[in-house]
Design a protein around this ligand. Structure first.
Ligand SMILES: O=C[C@H](O)COP(=O)(O)O
Length: 256
């Protein structure tokens, strides 16, 4: 954790979730009410089809709702796409950009990710900008070079600690049950912090850097307790309220 930075526990539902899954969001919304919510922010990013109803369900809860991606333009002839403004119009507060699945499946570049983050800022959304090395890049010893390039290319100059969250997700750890060692996470996050401070000064010292990749109730406390890890971006374990809430509650012990 970074001193004086409020951690964020965020769930990315990816292409999962039908209307019946809204009962899980309701259970999460109820489960995060209480004193811990003053110390730890929570967010769920369901598929776009559930956004509007999900925000209504969280009306009386600190649980925030966000989008999983946005187009870089405000509106226009872009069949199937969703703009940042549309997410904000559904009362979303955040949007994930540059997730490795978008970078792989849709060939998204750092420049496009940066444009999407700028679109998020223009719509008053907080951009969660994802970066991370592949397994081959890690084996080749290129992890820090990849992170440096992605940080430089994907984060707009107008980024602040308020409008930007970085999510470090080693691609090889996503959905695999594999995680880096705590020492590897510490090295990667310390490197990102140095890069952010070098570019943004004191603001870079306060930008949240989440860890993502096979975060589960069983490893949350160890991973979240690492220096410069300011929360989690959770995939599979965010689909069930019990698991998501267990990860959130790991902070009870960490912040006690
Ligand atoms: O956005 C979330 C990440 O891709 C992590 O997914 P996972 O927790 O299922 O490994």
């Amino acid at each position: 954790m970074t001193p004086e930075v409020r951690p964020l526990v965020a769930g990315n539902w990816k292409m999962n979730g039908l209307r019946a899954s809204l009962d899980q969001i309701k259970a999460m919304a109820d489960g995060v009410k209480g004193s811990l919510s003053e110390k730890v922010e929570t967010l769920i990013c369901p598929p776009a089809t559930l956004l509007y109803v999900a925000t209504a369900l969280c009306d009386d809860s600190p649980l925030l709702i966000g989008g999983q991606d946005c187009h870089e333009k405000v509106s226009g002839a872009h069949t199937g796409d969703v703009s940042a403004e549309m997410i904000a119009d559904c009362f979303g507060t955040h949007v994930i950009v540059g997730h490795s699945e978008r970078r792989t499946d849709h060939k998204e570049t750092d420049a496009l990710v940066r444009a999407k983050a700028e679109a998020a800022f223009a719509a008053d959304l907080i951009a969660i900008i994802c970066i991370g090395e592949t397994g081959d890049e890690r084996k080749a010893g290129q992890t820090l070079d990849v992170l440096k390039r992605q940080l430089a290319g994907s984060i707009p100059d107008s980024a602040t600690a308020e409008n930007t969250v970085i999510a470090y997700e080693p691609v090889w750890a996503i959905g695999t049950g594999l995680t880096p060692t705590a020492a590897d996470v510490e090295e990667a996050h310390a490197f990102q912090r140095r890069e952010l401070v070098e570019r943004f000064g004191a603001v870079g010292g306060k930008m949240r850097i989440l860890y993502g990749g096979s975060v589960k109730p069983g490893n949350a406390k160890e991973l979240m307790g690492v220096a410069n890890v300011d929360g989690a971006l959770i995939g599979g374990a965010s689909l069930k309220a019990d698991d998501f809430l267990a990860i959130y509650r790991a902070y009870e012990e960490l912040t006690a």
